[in-house]
Design a protein around this ligand. Structure first.
Ligand SMILES: NC(=O)C1=CN([C@@H]2O[C@H](COP(=O)(O)OP(=O)(O)OC[C@H]3O[C@@H](n4cnc5c(N)ncnc54)[C@H](OP(=O)(O)O)[C@@H]3O)[C@@H](O)[C@H]2O)C=CC1
Ligand SMILES: O=C(O)C1=N[C@H](C(=O)O)C[C@H](O)C1
Length: 249
């Protein structure tokens, strides 16, 4: 049985995780954390410091504002943590790196299998295309998403860059009348509307030909499943910073 503390328990992903856990007898939420208090099937607290229940892992889908403190408290309580929140500040990222020397931490901007297989495909094709093709990423999400561009778009760009011989700058959106595209950039474009759970398309545009690879999330369940698998993966792991590539090995 995996005992879980859920941070951001009343958010969209918090609710999705609750639904998934309700269908799995091997998983249980021992406590929730959120900044607003509502009724739930488990005790709810405002910070991890207040939680009295024992747990195997904390799962976090919240906001950058809450992550650095949460990670500190995981170190104090010697708790493993799965962090899925995107839009993290440099300060929070440094905090995560430091804390991962003391507790196991799993971080991924996208918990789906599909996006992580897409990353492998991008890393395979980029070396053959980078000389002659321009690379652009277009991501689409629901109208309530706070961070832009998405964490996944940045992860895809980082993965392309890691495979590319010549490192590329990121251009976040484009406007103006003077500057044509330079060869050495990846354009990243964020679209927001309706209830789109998440779509990421990577375009390689060359002379007279284009290749487009696209991942579409049809629901949030894929992210909930991935985060819960990551929680199980962390059980009994040594301190360290783990990612989807470790889980999929
Ligand atoms: N890695 C992945 O696969 C995925 C990552 N995400 C990421 O997860 C995060 C959450 O997404 P989503 O559930 O849609 O967002 P929501 O805004 O619906 O949920 C976030 C929850 O966290 C709460 N929260 C915000 N700030 C704090 C704080 N300082 N302390 C405690 N709780 C806080 C919010 O409260 P309030 O409502 O009061 O603001 C809300 O209940 C985002 O960063 C998103 O990009 C989402 C899907 C997949
Ligand atoms: O906020 C969301 O909804 C999502 N956020 C993640 C991101 O920023 O990449 C992952 C997924 O696309 C859904």
């Amino acid at each position: 049985m995996l005992h879980i503390i859920l941070n951001g328990c009343f958010g969209r992903m918090g609710q999705e995780i609750q639904e998934e856990i309700n269908q799995n007898k091997e998983l249980t939420i021992v406590a929730g954390i959120d900044r607003t208090q509502q009724e739930a099937d488990f005790p709810v607290y405002q910070t991890l410091a207040d939680v009295t229940e024992a747990a195997d892992v904390v799962i976090d889908f919240s906001h950058d504002n809450s992550v650095a403190t949460l990670v500190d408290q995981c170190v104090q309580k010697k708790l493993a943590i799965v962090i899925a929140t995107t839009g993290l500040s440099e300060n929070t990222k440094q905090q995560i790196d430091k804390a991962s020397q003391m507790v196991p931490i799993f971080y991924s901007a996208n918990m789906s299998l599909g996006v992580n297989v897409l990353i492998e495909a991008l890393q395979k094709i980029t070396p053959a295309l980078e000389e002659d093709f321009d690379i652009e990423i277009v991501e689409k999400h629901h109208n309530q998403k706070k961070d832009a561009p998405s964490g996944t778009a940045l992860l895809l760009a980082d993965s392309i860059n890691a495979a590319a011989e010549e490192k590329k700058d990121y251009i976040l959106g484009r406007s103006g009348q003077e500057n044509a595209r330079s060869k050495n950039e990846i354009g990243i474009h964020a679209v927001r509307g309706g209830t789109i759970p998440g779509e990421h398309a990577v375009l390689y545009a060359g002379k007279d030909e284009m290749i487009e690879l696209k991942h579409t999330a049809l629901s949030r369940r894929i992210f909930a499943n991935g985060a819960l698998k990551a929680g199980e993966f962390l059980k009994d792991k040594k301190p360290g910073l783990y990612s989807m590539s470790d889980l999929l090995k």
